[in-house]
Design a binder for this molecule. Sequence first.
Ligand code: SF4
Length: 436
Amino acid sequence: MKTKTLKKNKVNVITLGCSKNLFDSEVTMTQLEANGFEVEHEAKQDDSEIVIINTCGFIDNAKEESINTILRYAEAKKDGQVDKLYVTGCLSERYKEGLEDEIKEVDAFFGTRELPKLLKTLNADYKHELIGERIITTPSHYAFLKISEGCDRKCAFCAIPLMRGKHISTPIEELVVQAKNLAKQGVKELILIAQELTFYGLDIYGERRLPELLKELSKVDGIEWIRLHYAYPTGFPMEIIHEMKDNPKVCNYLDIPLQHASDKMLKAMKRGATREKTTQLIKEVRALIPNIAIRTTFIVGFPGETREDIEEMKEWIAEMKFDRLGVFTYSHEEDTTAFALKDDVSEKEKKLRAQEVMGFQQNISLSLNEQKVGKTLKVLFDRIEGDYFVGRTEFDSPEVDNEVLVKAENNYLRIGDFAQVKIISADDFDLYGIPS
Ligand code: SF4
């Protein structure tokens, strides 16, 4: 056994999965630091005495990645490279008993709402006075803001409500305090996240209050962009789009997962939506904000999906011309209502359908990008990569959407700053420009 000097009271936090998990890791790190621990996020140097893995339990690939990460650190612990190993997050919430039996090297497993218990295990206290403060792990000019937890929807394929529980909104006042603290840290872009964004407020105010939240957040000095992720089509409150139209700080950007185009599939998925109704919704949104960027995701390979359903999906994608599109392959998740159906599309076929749909979108994305050539756009620069400054317009969210590349040579731009950029060329998923 090769042991090494581990830094006492140093915690390495590892995050898997989505931006909501990243938010939770940041809250955990903030609480630990306030209790005197030295904290790092996915530390390069593995000299932490304590490792906390915040897992994802959403679909097969994500679960596999989470288990492999736990096993890697379990090995490291056996090798004396780690002293204490803790696991939290969705996979732990969902499979705690089984994991406890299987992986004995883990000192303790915690659920998605057990931060106080995790802190107690480390002889630390949950500090309520820290509400609103947060160490961020994203580049310092943008941050995720989780406005609610859990979901009350019943999508047949989805295990999230099993892991995240019922929908709970965070009060507007608390979110405004968080935004002010983030702005003080230099954050200019707030990315609003939830499991289901449009439900915001229904539980604590008895009505949808997202437009009001947007108004309050946009009053925070220093915040210049507010971006919306994870909206739901059914019962979509158009007040959100009216606020987006009237409020210059709210990006003309809407992430709204639609999952499928075929009514047969939408019904089987228990989405409560139809192609016709959703087409109408998108048209209404675009009528109000013609240059809005609409991001969506589809699932292929759901039980019972046929060639015709995929053809219908492509036909609709061609009709709607979504600005940004992602595709997931269906994952047969136990305890979801879809688990009772026969998972009759092979993994190979699922992957082929995903490639086919993404290939189809690639051409649409190229033609939409070419329409931006010659235009001057406001760009927020995230990093330098190779010979380029890399940034995003208000139509692009970090890590998932298009980017704007500006040659670094002879151009003086600052990371974390906005600049006007004239677009000179385009390809499938990126734009190239010069400062103007
Ligand atoms: S709205 Fe999203 S999180 Fe909620 S059940 Fe449907 S897919 Fe899952």
